[in-house]
Design a protein around this ligand. Structure first.
Ligand code: JFZ
Length: 466
């Protein structure tokens, strides 16, 4: 059937004299829509202000949960097809056991929102090629192959809109299930494209992206699996331009093309690369880079997809401080959960998110819509800021409470317009000491994870060595 369609299309193409189509080339431009810096700022605005989002890795690998033939498989749960070297025919039956009857998208979004997150990025398709949405491009999807039988993304997208969060999707370019690709051995890199079949795959990819735009309509397309040697920057540019033509407000990560410099995630410096933001993975850059948007994606334990043997959970303290560290450098934090095949976010994750939420309820003002720290380094913690022309609000995040109760802000020469604890509003005194400003703190920290002190300047920000 597909072959007849293809033949017909080719025939029509040749008759109508579309040489580029007949040669198997897609009829799109590679130039993204023209955009002024102000337009770009407007497009990126919600994303820059959000600072904190939820990553969701979910699929039929969640059924395996990190075990194959009764044995634990090392590595991340969503990589099990590769890690245990499972042929497609043996992997596919997992779908028959994917029946997430406890899936409650309203609850998932509530959990994210309560943690102070402002967007959600969920795997529409991971490396195993399994689609969590109703696609016509393949029957390797939740509707056709699982007892659950319903699109999983639409209800989540609806809930996000209802509760005021942005809905976004992750879509893998590497595809171990697609007939045009061959998964290699157990290592990361060798997934190949079969000779002459790249166009078939990119057509498939585009058809899926169109379906996503037409159904759940994500605000970010978060690509991945781009590191294969057959995926080129030009391919990324085409997809990028094609998507932005269809949805001008769309935000697209740098893994659509070949700019990413390893796990550090920002772009290589040798040329311009396509994509709106850098994607450090499991790490936080040492400093921010002015004018560069980036988002650190990180796990709470050591896996993205659910893995029942992974109990290496980070503490709530680490997670809150990661968020603050990232915000102080001008980045976003995309924190992962790996729901079970039943449809539940693991309790260990829910607990941690609610601890973060507790901190965010009192201190969220110091994160959302703030900008990076104007200081080079602060021995006791971090700083986030809100700056106007003749006034600045500094949020001093105290990780290490000074034993003498004197918080020294090095090089801050601006006149102070008052200081207070963010969570309680309790007023504090701030005075100049040479080039520094010293805030007098209560004896005990309000919150041992991070007590936030608000310092208002009277007049413009003046820092000796910013
Ligand atoms: C990628 C995915 O492989 C992973 O499953 C998860 O989705 C994460 C957010 O993104 O992570 C990678 C990508 C590349 C390498 C390692 C992890 N690599 O090349 O070593």
């Amino acid at each position: 059937m597909r072959n007849i369609q293809t033949l017909l299309l080719l025939f029509v193409a040749i008759v109508l004299g579309w040489p580029h189509l007949a040669a198997g080339e897609a009829p799109t431009s590679t130039t993204p829509p023209q955009e002024t810096p102000a337009d770009k700022d407007a497009r990126m605005r919600w994303w820059r202000e959000a600072r904190f989002g939820m990553f969701i890795h979910w699929g039929v690998y969640s059924v395996a949960a990190g075990e194959w033939n009764g044995k634990p498989v090392g590595g991340a749960g969503e990589w099990i097809m590769n890690g245990a070297d499972i042929p497609v025919a043996e992997y596919e039956p997992l779908a028959k056991r994917f029946n997430p009857l406890k899936y409650d998208p309203a609850e998932w979004v509530r959990i994210a929102k309560d943690a102070g997150m402002e967007y959600v990025v969920i795997t529409s398709k991971h490396h195993d090629g399994f689609c969590l949405f109703d696609t016509k491009t393949t029957d390797w999807d939740v509707v056709d192959r699982t007892p659950y039988g319903k699109d999983l993304l639409m209800p989540l997208a609806d809930e996000c809109r209802k509760q005021g969060l942005k809905f976004c999707t992750y879509h893998s370019i590497m595809d171990w299930h697609h007939p045009a690709q061959t998964r290699g051995g157990k290592t990361y890199n060798p997934t190949q494209i079969k000779p002459g079949r790249k166009q078939e795959f990119t057509d498939y990819l585009r058809a899926q992206l169109q379906e996503l735009l037409d159904s759940c309509d994500p605000e970010v397309m978060w690509f991945d699996g781009e590191w294969l040697d057959w995926w080129e920057e030009a391919d990324g540019r085409e997809i990028y331009a094609w998507l932005r033509e269809r949805k001008p407000s769309l935000i697209i990560n740098n893994r659509v093309g070949r700019g990413r410099d390893g796990m550090e995630g920002l772009n290589k410096g040798d040329q311009e690369y396509v994509g709106d933001f850098g994607t450090p993975e499991q790490q936080i850059p040492a400093t921010g880079v002015p004018g560069v948007d980036w988002e650190s994606c990180m796990t709470m334990n050591d896996t993205w997809g659910f893995h029942k043997h992974d109990h290496n959970w980070k503490s709530a303290e680490t997670l809150v401080r990661n968020l603050v560290d990232i915000a102080s450098k001008g980045g976003n934090y995309l924190l992962n959960v790996g729901p079970t095949a039943d449809g539940e976010i693991p309790p260990e994750s829910v607990e941690r998110l609610s601890a973060i939420g507790k901190w965010m309820h009192a201190n969220g003002e110091s994160i959302h819509a703030t900008t990076a720290s104007p200081f080079a380094a602060l021995a006791w913690g971090r700083c986030t800021a809100r700056q106007g022309d003749d006034h600045a609000t500094l949020y001093l995040h105290v990780f290490d409470w000074p034993p003498d109760g004197k918080l020294r802000v090095p090089g801050l020469r601006s006149k102070t317009g008052g200081a207070r604890l963010l969570a309680t509003g309790q007023a504090l005194t701030a005075e100049r000491d040479g080039d520094d400003t010293i805030v007098s703190l209560p004896v005990e920290p309000l919150d041992p994870i991070d007590t936030v002190v608000v310092l208002e300047t009277a007049g413009p920000l003046d820092i000796a060595t910013p």
